[in-house]
Design a protein around this ligand. Structure first.
Ligand code: CA
Length: 232
């Protein structure tokens, strides 16, 4: 099954040249020239990734992003826009975008980012086929994004929480660097501070550690990274 990309771009010549470049890379491309058309296409088609302009007729890209994100938690969304202020970027990420590239852009960089996004989500999908991971009395279900933690309490995981858990668990007993975590789980270099990762780790300890103040499983190695420790 070919990888299908929805390209939302109202500027005809850019849309056309991008479509050709993406097809040369082997992607199947669906074009949408307006926000409402994008939402309609997303409803009707199986999509693997969305490239989304911001300034569009009818609905703008931000509105499209939040609609797509509501419909699917996993669909990778990459903003491609002339809007380059950090408040626009922040807004895009808050609405659930996975990446943000500003015009004018370098085609090679766009293609690399697309590949990275697809690798992440496809890796997650592959992993999730069977995937229940148990440690201590805890259980993480990577397919349903649910978990059972301390005291048998069940709860939902966000996509990012699941991705970070996946990375740490796959590399158990190894220190995973902050840089690698940011690249793998966030995939872009601007937004999250290392503080963001700390917040996730604090949450994991609350979910899964008998004593969150004396973490047994989720350890931070000051200035280096994080380690999921499991001895059995
Ligand atoms: Ca536009």
């Amino acid at each position: 099954m070919s990888t299908r990309i929805l390209l939302v771009e109202d500027e005809p010549s850019l849309a056309e040249s991008l479509r050709i470049s993406l097809q040369l890379e082997g992607y199947e491309v669906i074009l949408a020239h307006s926000g409402s058309e994008a939402i309609r296409q997303a409803r009707e088609q199986r999509l693997d990734l969305v490239i989304l302009d911001v300034m569009l007729p009818e609905l703008d890209g931000f509105a499209v992003c939040s609609a797509l994100r509501t419909a699917s938690a996993r669909l990778p969304i990459l903003f491609l826009t002339v809007r380059n202020s950090s408040s626009d970027k922040t807004r895009g990420f808050r609405l659930g975008a996975d990446d943000y590239l500003t015009k004018p852009f370098d085609l090679d960089e766009l293609l690399l980012r697309i590949r990275a996004l697809l690798r992440r989500t496809q890796g997650l999908a592959r992993a999730s086929a069977t995937d229940v991971f148990r440690f201590g009395g805890n259980e993480i279900n990577f397919s349903s994004f649910t978990a059972r933690g301390v005291g048998g309490k069940e709860f939902r995981l966000t996509q990012r929480e699941a991705a970070l858990l996946r990375l740490l668990v796959d590399r158990r007993n190894e220190v995973v660097s902050r840089k690698e975590i940011l690249e793998t789980v966030w995939g872009y270099d601007v937004m999250p501070t290392t503080r963001t990762i700390d917040n996730f780790i604090v949450a994991f300890r609350k979910y899964f550690e008998p004593d969150p103040r004396k973490p047994r499983y989720f350890q931070s190695i000051r200035g280096v990274g994080y380690r999921f420790v499991m001895n059995d």
